[in-house]
Design a protein around this ligand. Structure first.
Ligand code: GDP
Length: 306
């Protein structure tokens, strides 16, 4: 096995980072690494955390990291923030470093904030989940800002989705209106130390109690990420949801779906590259070629390039 990959598997932070970058870029080497790591993956429990900026997602993740590492887990974190040019990942890393130096060895945080060089975050996120899974990180936490396409895609690729709500932001009405109640497995009312937390709790609880659920009925939990209150309840709820997923066969189903999606995304990316090559090579596309000829060229190029 490749030296860099061996070092990454042994937990060397810089090597992990370099392996992940190669995978993200889908370089030939990167895809070989991904192949190798895939032999070892499919085990990790993946948790999505979504909510508006300022909801307290990062603070909450810091608390979750602390709890999970205490029980001996290696925690992977992927942060996706399409709107932010700055790297929240390193910001988070610093924050955790300040909080707890001892546990940091078992945490790896990757940010997709300043990336997106290949257009679209979801394929990168899904590949990173797979790679971190293969590197032995479990759980893997994926943070997204609660809006847009990326969010929906990422949310559908993880096992448990935590929606973070905060009092005083109109989340009560928003939650009920925007159909956000459909995506969460666990609803966290964060900043429960602030006034109006109770009102928000009641509104979301009401919406859930009046919904129709088969299988898992979403839970609502009051948390203060800042004051570290309710974190144990959240960990417990995650445990229960994970057990539910395993018993119902959904755990494996979600992992399988994620991996299929990853393969599809890689194939699409590759095919799109080949299509661009063929189209660019045919400047006077209609004058010199029939569509049939161009398709045959495409097949040839695919054979050469894949
Ligand atoms: P993110 O944008 O969702 O990642 O939110 P952050 O974790 O960066 O938190 C946004 C702000 O809310 C920060 O100033 C936090 O200190 C604050 N915050 C987070 N959790 C709590 C909480 O439980 N109570 C209160 N009062 N403030 C909180």
């Amino acid at each position: 096995m490749d030296n860099l990959l061996i070092k990454a598997l042994n937990g060397d932070e810089l090597s992990i980072s370099r392996v992940l970058t190669k995978i993200e870029y889908m370089s030939e080497e990167g895809l070989k690494y991904l192949d190798e790591l895939s032999k070892n993956s499919g085990k990790a429990y993946t948790i999505g955390i979504t909510g508006i900026p300022g909801a307290g997602k990062s603070t909450l993740i810091s608390s979750l990291i602390e709890e999970y590492t205490k029980s001996g887990n290696k925690v992977g974190v992927i942060m996706i923030d399409p709107s932010s040019p700055i790297s929240m990942g390193s910001f988070m890393g610093n924050r955790i470093r300040m909080q707890d130096k001892t546990n940091l060895n078992n945490v790896f945080i990757r940010s997709l904030a300043s990336r997106g060089h290949l257009g679209g975050f979801s394929s990168e996120a899904i590949m990173l989940i797979e790679a971190m899974d293969g590197l032995g990180f479990d759980p893997i936490i994926v943070e997204t800002v609660g809006a847009g396409q990326t969010d929906t895609e990422v949310v559908s690729s993880v096992h448990s989705v935590i929606v973070v709500n905060v009092p005083g932001t109109g989340d009560e009405i928003q939650a009920l209106k925007a159909g956000i109640m459909e995506i969460g497995d666990i609803y966290v009312i964060n900043k429960a130390d602030l006034p109006d937390a109770e009102v928000l709790y009641d509104a979301i609880k009401f919406a859930i109690d009046n919904g129709e659920w088969n299988g898992w009925k979403p839970s609502v939990i009051k948390v203060s990420a800042l004051k570290k209150q309710g974190i144990e309840d959240l960990i417990n709820e995650l445990k229960m949801h994970k057990e539910y997923l395993i018993k119902s066969g959904k755990f494996e189903e979600i992992t399988h779906k994620r991996r299929k999606e990853m393969i599809e995304l890689i194939l699409r990316r590759k095919i799109n590259n080949v299509i661009s090559i063929v189209v660019n090579e045919n400047q006077n596309i209609f004058e010199e070629n029939s569509i049939e000829k161009i398709i045959n060229q495409l097949y040839d190029k695919i054979k050469q390039n894949l």
